[in-house]
Design a binder for this molecule. Structure first.
Ligand code: 9Z3
Length: 324
């Protein structure tokens, strides 16, 4: 049994190595490492109760390019609402956040602003100056004030990605930098990550032409990065992954499988249509349903979800200390 597990981990390791070896080089990898190290230096100062907690929140969906000079791509559904709202609650709870987000997806403190904030929140006065429209004034002040406080206090680092290649390459850099935080590090993996991709070396260079008729395409499986992230890149960290399904009948079973297979501390199971109302936190101690309860003034499901996860992270840190 143990041998079988070791073999599947070795296979995953080999697949991941070949995924990274064949991926296009990450643009400005050195710049990203510099930002990460600067951020973590500021945030790994010891506190009265141990070390500062840092969470890596992933948000938005990865793309899978079909051409190297990409005109077309396959996308994964995620607006980034879950990741950005959760980031706000983690910051409020005293965490520092590395926000790995899909370019163009929702940003922390902006989810309650209108779709086109620049055009809808501002107006030109009779004196040809620009001012915030009074009806949006409170929302804009709150968003700018809270965002500035997080960035100035160096508690929020935002790193953008677009493709599945960039996402996994940056996640590896984050894990390498965060390793020294041990149990004080948390991973909250809300991004919707492609299961299939076109390997770079077998990808068309130029725009695929339609003249030759229908397109047949074989997609390779994205290696299961969670296994290596959990076991090798960040073995002491606290891990939360997400399971998204559209069929309620299989959701909890699949979340339970992911919990065991990847040794997650919790898997947040959500169904596409009800994801903003209710999620189920699946753990080895049982399932906990978390709801947005308007009657109790709870405006989103992320607030009680983050409260619960912060509590569980505290227990994880306590356990790790007792084992030392
Ligand atoms: C989620 O399940 C997120 O909760 C949502 C959030 C993407 C549904 P929005 O960004 O939506 O607020 O619009 N994320 C993880 C989805 C995912 O790809 N999970 C993989 C899977 O289900 C495992 S890593 O197999």
């Amino acid at each position: 049994m143990e041998n079988k597990a070791a073999t599947s981990e070795e296979t995953a390791f080999d697949e991941i190595k070949s995924f990274f070896d064949s991926a296009p080089p990450l643009k400005d990898g050195d710049g990203i490492v510099k930002k990460l190290n600067g951020f973590l230096e500021k945030n790994s100062l010891p506190t009265r109760i141990g070390s500062k907690r840092v969470v890596c929140v992933t948000s938005g969906g990865t793309t899978v390019p079909l051409e190297q000079r990409c005109v077309r791509f396959i996308d994964n559904f995620s607006s980034g609402h879950r990741g950005s709202t959760s980031t706000e609650y983690f910051l409020k709870a005293g965490y520092s956040v590395i926000f790995l987000y899909r370019r163009g997806s929702y940003q922390p403190y902006c989810t309650t602003l209108p779709d086109d904030p620049l055009l809808e929140c501002f107006e030109i006065t009779n004196e040809s100056d620009v001012q915030v429209h009074p009806s949006h004034s409170d929302a804009v002040k709150k968003a700018i004030g809270e965002h500035q406080a997080a960035v100035k206090g160096q508690n929020l680092l935002k790193l953008p990605y677009t493709t599945i290649f960039e996402y996994l390459q940056i996640l590896q850099l984050i894990a390498t930098s965060m390793k020294t935080l041990g149990p004080y590090a948390m991973y909250y993996l809300a991004a919707a990550v492609s299961d299939f991709y076109v390997p770079w070396e077998s990808m068309a260079i130029h725009k695929i032409q339609s003249a030759s008729g229908p397109l047949d395409m074989r997609l390779a499986q994205v290696p299961k990065m969670l296994l290596v992230l959990r076991n090798d890149w960040a073995p002491k960290a606290f891990f939360i992954s997400f399971k998204l399904e559209t069929d309620m009948d299989i959701l909890l079973k699949k979340a339970g499988n992911a919990l065991r297979k990847y040794k997650m501390h919790a898997v947040v199971a959500n169904e596409l249509l009800t994801r903003k109302e209710e999620v189920t936190v699946v753990t080895t101690d049982g399932n906990i349903s978390v709801r947005r309860d308007k009657a109790k003034g709870v405006t989103d499901v992320e607030r009680p979800l983050i409260e619960l996860l912060v509590e569980k992270h505290s227990a994880h840190i306590e356990d790790s200390r007792n084992q030392q």
